[in-house]
Design a protein around this ligand. Sequence first.
Ligand code: ADP
Length: 537
Amino acid sequence: MLGLMMDRPLLISSLLTFATHSHPRAEIVTRRVEGDIHRTNWLGISQRSAQVAHALARLGIKPGDRVATLAWNTYRHMELYFGVSGSGMVLHTINPRLFPEQLAWIASHAEDRILFVDLTFLPLVDAIRSQLKSIEKIVLMCDAAAMPAGRSDLICYEELIAPEATHITWPDFDERTASSLCYTSGTTGNPKGVLYSHRSTVLHALASLHKGALNVDRDSVILPVVPMFHVNAWGIPYSVAMSGAKLVLPGPGMDGKNLYELIDNEQATLLLGVPTVWLGLLTYLDSIGKRLDSVKHAVVGGSAAPLSMIKAFDEKHDVFLIHAWGMTETSPLGSVNAPTAELMALPKEERYKKQLKQGRPMYGVELKIVDDDDNELPRDGKAFGRLMIRGPWVTKGYFHHDAEVLTDGWFDTGDVATLDPDNYMQIVDRRKDVIKSGGEWISSIDLENVAVGHPAVKEACVIGVAHPKWDERPLLLIVLKDNHTATKAEILGFVGQHIAKFWTPDDVIFVPDLPHTATGKLHKVPLREQYAQHLMG
Ligand code: ADP
């Protein structure tokens, strides 16, 4: 027998309607591409999202069509998030840090019909315009005064939406309808499109709010540095609509100085970003001797947070670093290490150790670890295996891609992890990055985390390279902080205090910088190629 409750679809437009009714005056503050600070609220976003929806319909864009963006975190991008998806069209957020050819490939693969672009990225678009074959129109996200002269091929965003009505009745449709599209950065092979649905997005937003996750409410002031062009800024635009928190958007200003100014002026309480961004902010704050007074929590994910970063946030700024894990394929929140009374009661060093773990899944997603034969491994904090995930905001396939991606209904994350008896997950490594030395496994992440604890080290990268006796051995690449020095012996001596002897890197190489992927992760593929023969004699 079925229950007799309403089947109201979980639609993104319902978030906007809710925000407009329940917290119309909650602020959305943007550092604009033009450089100034812009303020609006949910009433404003709602009216202009309606204008976006009307304008797109006027241009002949239909439900299901892909609408692409190449844009920073701004209020205009928010209007597209709600106006496009609310109309049943699919918002395709493209990462401008991708190689131009990859970007063109993605836009064609997605069959994007129209592209909304921030001024910053116009040169990028101009350079590959001839390859953007499916794109019929390009809209520049600025006002008329900022439009470049003599460009009749471009539409001005403000002129496009200005004549439209500020009210709309958002259509009702199946909650499983596609809402947005984000491609993984594809460090090997072509990028793959993850196609979110209205249902998955709303459920993810619901789960993100509670105390075991991001713990956001109306009183929070949230500053996502994580870009809206990558996994929907970890779902923050939707979480904010649901919670009524104030939203602070940094536009292109993601460096330490710009971020600090915005955090301080707007009194941000919660920040979200990847470790490299926090490294930049911490270094800047050290250089000017300032503290993060308003901030209570900072979420870190995308790569592992080292102990030194967890400590620096706590000791210097009294900020709890919430370690979270996820993937484009998981919307992205998969697990969160939120502060609990139990955790905060621990002696600091013990608590920091626990914060190194990537946290617990929120209700809705399930995690398990399995061996190579897909047998489930114990949750004892020691056994490590392939991390599998399932849940209503985890992908079951890629866009226009036939291959089966699930194993018995579970998604293989490509990560190797442990789970402890309290369901805290810890990433050991990316499967392709684990170093297999004489039958033993060495975690490149653990080694990197230890190495960046050295006061002279800015960034560390560990790769496995071929070895005549042990198959593979770790090689440590180091970028030193400005005006700091260290020798190989000093680095090895420091690292050696924290690791088993056989983990000791076979060599240390000092490099001026390290390559990163479009999502800010260490890009190990070219390094493995470059140093392939380094230990072969
Ligand atoms: P892509 O760069 O392919 O778009 P994603 O942003 O989807 O990648 O990255 C997902 C991967 O990032 C995870 O599978 C994991 O390897 C890594 N990752 C994410 N968060 C963490 C974390 N907190 N600690 C360690 N690794 C993480």
